[in-house]
Design a binder for this molecule. Structure first.
Ligand SMILES: [Zn+2]
Length: 475
């Protein structure tokens, strides 16, 4: 048992230590950036995916799956897109001993795999909208230092691709995705901001990009995912057309929505603390761990009661784990706290006699659960825990932002900064060098603090079309 590094002063060391201590991944695989999912980490990922599937399907999206290999000829059709991904793709150039006639790209994202097929699927306005998603592994040759979940080369990727009849419908789909993401983030108790990226930082080939960013302490931010409006930028090169009601041929307008295991990284980074990981009940690999307090003088009763408690909770759909191993209770408490389990139930001799369990949630709130009301009381404890976790994250979120009134004020920022910006790229780059990070863009919704009306642009002093923007240091 060793203490974790300090989250505030040694954030990345702390993050890596928490991922390790919670046993979410095994970092010893011989290729950097390719993740080995442990059984415990895989449970978290599966729970995360279940939330994404539930919320995206509630908006009428259907699951599909496309091949992982894309012919170079299709990959090359949209010029901005290939320019954006050229340096990041893995190539498959051989089949056995022979060179392939057409080299294949291992998908970095699936536009160029899907869109030639969409062109075959869509014929008439009756085929629209087309809203489909897949959850697949995609690959990008990341050249910066890889980090578990947040910067990887094999990405566990959720990608929704849609085709709409016109620009307004595509804009509406972006709004719908934002609504779905709000519900996903609520399940993870994650505060975030939807931010429209500046033009120079949008997805390659997009008309615009809305990113979903969470602050991670200091000026650090993590992009959790992104939603893109493509207009006709892909439908023209891929000839995705439909016959409108008036008989004319029209190109579809497209959108995409991308998420990944970065969400898991964000959950660890935002909720984790000096004791380790913390998971909301929706994603927790185990929601409840049941620990019998055994000793030479207590007999079998606590173990029998603990077994019964775990079995009853599982029958009622909870992810409950019985830890009846030989370790001392203190070592078990420590281990499951590090692993982020929301609720611990302890059953000792006194509890067994009183038909109860002592409950301790991951934020330290203690109570007693009567076994004849076990399922209802556990539901209440988990709901209370989720609310407290969200409140703690919201307080940290609100404290993560402050206004910078000049470029000079950006130096050494210990918050994500809110700045007045005229919208020009030149001023944007000045802001970026001021904070030694990125101009994240303009918020889609209200800012987390109310800074009043924006003054003159902190780059050029201009007042024309000045708006609030956010600047930070993306991880
Ligand atoms: Zn300016």
């Amino acid at each position: 048992m060793t203490d974790l590094p300090d989250k505030t002063t040694a954030f990345m060391d702390w993050y890596l230590a928490v991922v390790e201590a919670a046993n979410l991944t095994d970092k010893r695989y011989p290729v950097k950036g390719l993740n080995v999912w442990t059984a415990y980490g895989f449970r978290a990922r599966r729970n995360l995916d279940a939330v994404l599937v539930r919320e995206i399907e509630a908006t009428g999206s259907e699951a599909v799956e496309f091949p992982a290999l894309i012919p170079a000829t299709e990959f090359a059709k949209e010029k901005e897109h290939i320019k954006g991904f050229d340096a990041e793709v893995y190539w498959v150039t051989k089949g056995g001993l022979s060179d392939l006639d057409v080299p294949l790209v291992l998908r970095p994202t699936s536009e160029t795999a899907m869109y030639p097929v969409f062109a075959l699927w869509i014929r008439s306005h009756r085929d629209l909208p087309l809203n489909v998603y897949q959850i697949v592994n995609s690959f990008r040759y990341e050249t910066k230092t890889t980090r578990p979940f947040v910067r990887v080369r094999e990405i566990h990727f959720f990608e929704e691709h849609t085709c709409q009849a016109n620009e307004a419908h595509a804009t509406e789909r972006v709004r719908s995705n934002l609504g779905a993401f709000r519900k996903m983030a609520d399940a993870f108790a994650l505060p975030y901001l939807a931010i429209r990226r500046p033009d120079w930082d949008k997805f390659p080939g997009a008309f615009y990009t809305v990113a979903l960013d969470s602050p991670l302490g200091g000026a650090r931010t993590l992009q959790l995912g992104s939603i893109h409006h493509y207009r006709e930028n892909f439908s023209r090169p891929y000839a995705i057309q439909y016959e409108a009601a008036d008989g004319s041929q029209q190109f579809v307008h497209q959108t995409t929505f991308g998420l990944s295991e970065r969400l898991l990284g964000a959950i660890v980074a935002v909720h984790g603390d000096a004791k380790g990981a913390v998971f909301s009940s929706a994603i927790a690999p185990y929601q409840v761990v049941v620990i019998p307090i055994l000793g030479s003088d207590v007999g079998e009763a606590p173990l029998r009661v603990a077994e019964d408690v775990a079995a009853r909770l599982r029958r009622h759909g909870y992810r409950a784990h019985l830890d009846a191993g030989d370790d001392r209770p203190g070592a078990k408490f420590y281990r499951w706290e590090q692993a982020g389990v929301p609720l611990r139930l302890e059953v000792g001799r006194r509890e067994a006699e009183a038909r109860s369990a002592t409950s301790v949630d991951r934020l330290g709130t203690k109570g007693r659960v009567a076994l004849d009301r076990l399922e209802g009381e556990v539901a209440d404890r988990l709901a209370e825990f989720d609310r407290a976790l969200r409140a703690r994250a919201d307080a940290a979120f609100a404290a993560s932002f402050s206004v910078a009134r000049s470029l000079a004020e950006l130096a050494g920022s210990t918050r994500v900064r809110i700045v007045a910006w005229c919208g020009s790229e030149a001023c944007g780059h000045q802001i970026e060098s001021g904070i030694d990070g990125a101009l994240l863009g303009t918020p889609e919704d209200a800012l987390p603090i109310d800074p009043g009306a924006p003054g003159p642009c902190i780059g050029c002093g201009g007042t024309e079309s000045t708006r609030w923007a956010l600047a930070g240091q993306p991880l």
